[in-house]
Design a binder for this molecule. Structure first.
Ligand code: UD1
Length: 343
């Protein structure tokens, strides 16, 4: 069985990807510092897959501890690197935290890869690297715009570090997956997003409002240059997104890459406005949502959605789950959290 290291494997996208990897026959070792996740996610992964992944509570910025992980679990063949801080607003307040966490973690992994014979890295990148795109849908060739937050900058810098390192290091290859907006939860409602405190992202805010944890959803702006005036994003189902990681790992391990560093947009190709998404949530769940239009949020992009054709054609990956089913899965997850008394 091929052994894969998943950093941040107890987090939102990480945990769904661990499930898909295990269900595809990979053996997974999770490293997570629990800074934005809970240790009982391991139990929930086991409940879904009947396999308990190995888990080490280690911070990726700790080089010695990471070396210990590679020694303990000999023969790791590839890494999926999710572990990172990801709140745009917080990154503006605490830039050093973001640069340290997100950059040192990657440097440590890259340093250890050749020493332990690790062939490949799949990196969690983001559509944030495109900034406000000039052409929509956005393709992988679109120019990288100056980052508008330290968080976004760490994604850009990390992509560059990976390119430079692969150039210098024979035998190490990489795939950069640029995610659009991941939403939803596992259909079993055993895994999903666990926001820390007040959610910053739209869908957790919607489900928390719908269940009564939050009074009212603020729709940030209706005066954008879009059909209904609210911002447009490409909302991608988290399980569909997780499956792209398994394909990327297969591709690296089976030497199918066309270039040693490949980059793919992972999105649906469909742009939806905030108001459209709110409407779809209400129709799909039958729950009425209390919302109001407020002012714009600083730093928001007006509209961005993916051209996912490269991933469709070269990876044979496609977003499959409808937005309605995805919103329903997010709602089922929120109901399950209440049942468990978590949120
Ligand atoms: C941003 C980043 C993304 C990053 C993610 C992590 C961009 C284009 N995207 O996503 O790279 O990984 O944060 O958190 O920079 N909204 C409301 N009310 C709310 C919350 C959100 O109206 O209470 C709106 C936002 O204005 C936006 C949309 O919903 O138009 C989606 O927002 P959010 O879920 O926060 O994601 P992004 O900002 O797109």
């Amino acid at each position: 069985m091929k052994r894969i290291l998943v950093t941040g494997g107890l987090g939102y996208i990480g945990s769904h990807s661990v499930v898909e990897l295990q269900q595809s026959g990979y053996e997974v070792v999770i490293v997570d510092n629990l800074s934005n996740s809970r240790a009982d996610v391991v139990d929930n992964i086991q409940a879904v897959t009947s396999v308990r992944p190995a888990f080490e509570k280690v911070d990726c910025t700790d080089l010695d501890a990471m070396e210990g992980v590679f020694k303990k679990y000999a023969g790791i063949e590839a890494i999926i690197h999710f572990a990172a801080s990801k709140a745009v607003g917080e990154s503006v307040q605490k830039p050093l935290l973001y640069y340290r966490n997100n950059i040192v973690s990657l440097l440590n992994l890259l340093e250890l890869m050749p020493r332990f014979g690790v062939k490949g890295l799949v990196f969690s990148s983001s559509c944030t690297v495109y900034g406000e795109p000039d052409v929509l849908p956005v393709t992988e060739d679109a120019p990288i715009k100056p980052a508008t937050s330290p968080y976004g900058n760490t994604k850009q810098i990390n992509e560059e570090i990976i390119r430079d390192f692969v150039k210098a290091q024979d035998g190490v290859n990489a795939i950069l997956l640029r995610y659009f907006n991941p939403i939803g939860a596992h259909p079993t409602a055993l895994l999903g997003e666990l926001p820390n405190g007040v959610p910053q992202n739209l869908v957790p805010y919607i489900t928390q409002t719908a269940i009564g944890i939050r009074e009212q959803l603020s729709v940030f702006g209706d005066d954008y240059d879009t059909p209904d005036g609210s911002c447009i994003r490409d909302y991608i189902n988290v399980v569909d997104l997780a499956k792209a990681h398994v394909i990327a790992i297969d591709r690296i391990l089976n030497d199918k890459q066309k270039e040693r560093v490949e980059v793919f947009n992972i999105g649906t190709g469909r742009g939806l406005s905030v108001l459209e998404l709110v409407d779809m949530f209400q129709k799909a769940t039958g729950v009425k949502l209390n919302y109001k239009i407020t002012g714009r949020r600083a730093g928001d992009i007006e509209k961005v959605w993916a051209d996912p054709r490269k991933a469709n054609e070269e990876l044979g990956w496609k977003a499959e789950t409808s937005v309605e089913d995805t919103l329903l899965s997010a709602w089922k997850w929120q109901l399950k959290l209440r049942e468990k008394g978590i949120q």
